[in-house]
Design a protein around this ligand. Structure first.
Ligand code: AHM
Ligand code: MG
Length: 338
């Protein structure tokens, strides 16, 4: 009798998957998979530190104030450095832009092979670290625009989300999961800690057209514009055919990840104090909008499709509503006065 394999199904690692996906890029030579491997390595480094957060001196505020005027956590700094460290040696990258750095970083200044910009939020939801709640990393990859020089940093980065070549996120939750898309569906890979590899766990994720939850910071309800208040009332009253429950973690990646898998809607609307909401277009809204659309969902700023917004500045904020078709169509009706 043949000896039984201890592994029932073939393991597909994210590296294998990326190599397959890369075949979609004409003339691809492995550079794109090498680029993405920088992200997977950095997020493994970050998750290792996140897992140790309660054990080491790394917990707590680092004392510096970042470009958004927020006090940085030590892990924010570490996460940013891990990504910069792992990505800056990839020769295909010309520009690196991070939530934690005011200006994008130019790398491989003279290389004709520098073809991509990577924009990221190294540790989203970082105020949740101190209380052991999920945080994450979001990333967006853009191609160098035709004719843009390396000193033309703005042109590389200020492109609408529809031009993303790839985007994704990692949630450091009860397990570590990486979700990414190169425009050919959405796939999720769970980190298998004993072998240190991301293995395919969620193939071709589809966002349910209708879910059970809405996800919003309801403490700001009174300062949302009237259509958003009306929308939440309709969800609560069961006018969409079901009575919704609410879930709000306060880490966009984690709230979005639940919305992707279970359906429903995640919102960060405009408020009186912050008419553009809180989330950042380039490295928060764009990657989740790209993933949502690739999975059959929708994302809007209340007026425009998120992926059609022409960015004007690197750290610009945008209102965001993202979710399944049924909830998003209901939102569009309210926003159009129906
Ligand atoms: P951060 O990038 O500084 O962590 O802030 C973004 C986070 C999002 O993850 C989350 O959706 C939002 O802030 C929560 O904000 P609020 O506390 O206003 O609801
Ligand atoms: Mg963030």
């Amino acid at each position: 009798m043949e000896p039984q394999s201890p592994i029932e199904q073939p393991l597909i690692t994210v590296q294998q998957h990326i190599l397959q996906e890369q075949k979609r890029f004409p003339g691809a030579s492995g550079e794109f998979s090498w680029l993405l491997s920088g992200i997977t390595l950095a997020t493994k480094m970050i998750q290792a530190q996140v897992r140790r957060a309660g054990l080491t001196d790394i917990l707590g505020a680092h004392g510096q104030v970042n470009v958004q005027g927020e006090v940085q956590q030590k892990l924010d700094v570490y996460a940013n450095e891990a990504l910069l460290h792992c990505l800056r040696i990839r020769e295909s990258i010309g520009i690196l832009a991070s939530e934690e750095n005011e200006r994008p970083m130019t790398v491989h200044y003279n290389s004709p092979n520098a073809r991509y910009a990577v924009v990221f939020d190294p540790l989203d939801g970082s105020s949740n670290i101190d209380v052991n709640v999920s945080v994450g990393t979001t990333f967006s990859i853009l191609r160098r625009p035709e004719g843009a020089g390396l000193d033309d940093v703005e042109r590389w980065v200020l492109q609408p989300g529809a031009r993303q070549v790839a985007a994704g996120y990692v949630v450091y939750g009860s397990s570590t999961i990486l979700v990414y898309s190169v425009g050919n569906g959405v796939h999720g890979f769970t980190l298998e800690p004993s072998i240190g590899a991301y293995v395919l766990s969620h193939e071709n994720i589809r966002m349910p057209p209708e879910g059970k939850f809405y996800s919003v910071n309801e403490a700001y309800y009174d300062s949302f514009p009237a259509p958003y208040r009306e929308y939440l009332n309709r969800l609560r009253r069961g006018e969409l055919g079901r009575r919704y429950a609410s879930r709000y973690i306060g880490s966009m990646v984690a709230d979005f990840h639940r919305t992707l898998l279970k359906g429903g809607v995640f919102l960060y609307p405009p408020t009186t104090e912050n008419p553009l909401g809180k989330l950042r277009l380039l490295y928060e809204a764009n990657p989740v909008a790209f993933i949502a659309e690739q999975a059959g969902g929708l994302a809007t700023d209340g007026r425009l499709r998120i992926l059609d917004i022409e960015p004007e500045s690197i750290h610009q904020r945008t209102p965001l509503a993202v979710g399944g078709t049924s909830e998003m169509e209901a939102l569009a009706r309210v926003l159009h006065g129906a």
